[in-house]
Ligand binder design. Structure first.
Ligand code: 2DT
Ligand code: MG
Length: 222
């Protein structure tokens, strides 16, 4: 056949703790990629603009209480409801930069004292589209503190954030041990100036966009 095949889009996920500058970096990165001709869409999780996302927003804003397992499944369901959109977007050749994904889901629930078990937390994510590139924006407690306090939402508490950091570290260790010749995660230190961090990010993502990719959909998370 002489049909033109569109290279599918790259699926990039950014993770990191509060105050790492994740959302601002994601927005800037998407603008930059589009400006140099790489069509790219910004996504975020939780995506509060859906029925499921609205419940999550109410939970984070302390308007409602939910069992830890139930809210974990809502966060996961919020990703599953956007799975068709993710796959269609990538298939159309558009890249996705995603502000948080399944790794936030696992790290935040697993960080809860007396909460659901780590392995239980991983199960609802199995089968979701796997990212091609996972970037962790790390931030030191000092830089975190200097960036002016946490917000008022449920998880924005220093001690809990420390536990989230430990859960992320466990997750990344597990994935790096799972095999493959290169680390599963790229960690970028975000203590420095916004522009420096942005340059490192853009360089890594543009390199990944230029890499060969299979035309089919991404594999499922395992
Ligand atoms: P934002 O501040 O980025 O809107 O996140 N969270 C996020 C979870 O507990 N589980 C998840 O699956 C996801 C995606 C992280 C709001 C908070 O929601 C947490 C911070
Ligand atoms: Mg936040």
């Amino acid at each position: 056949s002489i049909a033109m095949t569109t290279k599918r889009g790259l699926f990039v996920v950014l993770e990191g703790m509060d105050r790492a500058g994740k959302s601002s970096q994601c927005r800037r990165l998407v603008d930059h990629l589009n400006s140099i001709g790489h069509r790219t869409e910004l996504m975020r999780f939780p995506e509060r603009d859906s029925a499921i996302g609205s419940l999550i927003g109410q939970y984070l804003g302390r308007k409602i209480e939910l069992d830890d397992h139930a809210v974990h499944l809502l966060f996961s369901a919020n990703r599953w409801e956007f799975r068709p959109h993710i796959l269609d977007t990538l298939a159309s050749g558009v890249n996705i930069v995603c502000d948080r994904y399944a790794y936030s889901g696992i790290a935040f629930t697993a960080a809860k004292a007396d909460g659901p078990d780590f392995h239980w937390c991983c199960q609802p994510e199995v089968g979701l589209p796997a990212p091609d590139l996972k970037i962790f924006l790390s931030v030191s407690p000092e830089a975190q503190a200097s960036r002016g306090g946490f917000g008022a939402e449920r998880y924005e508490v220093a001690d809990f954030q420390r536990r989230v950091g430990e859960a992320y570290a466990r997750l990344m260790r597990l994935e790096d041990q799972a095999g493959g010749s290169c680390p599963a995660w790229l960690t970028i230190n975000a203590d420095g100036a916004f522009e420096e961090v942005q340059q490192q990010l853009a360089k890594a993502v543009v390199a990944a966009i230029d890499c060969p990719r299979s035309a089919g959909p991404p594999a499922g998370l395992r």
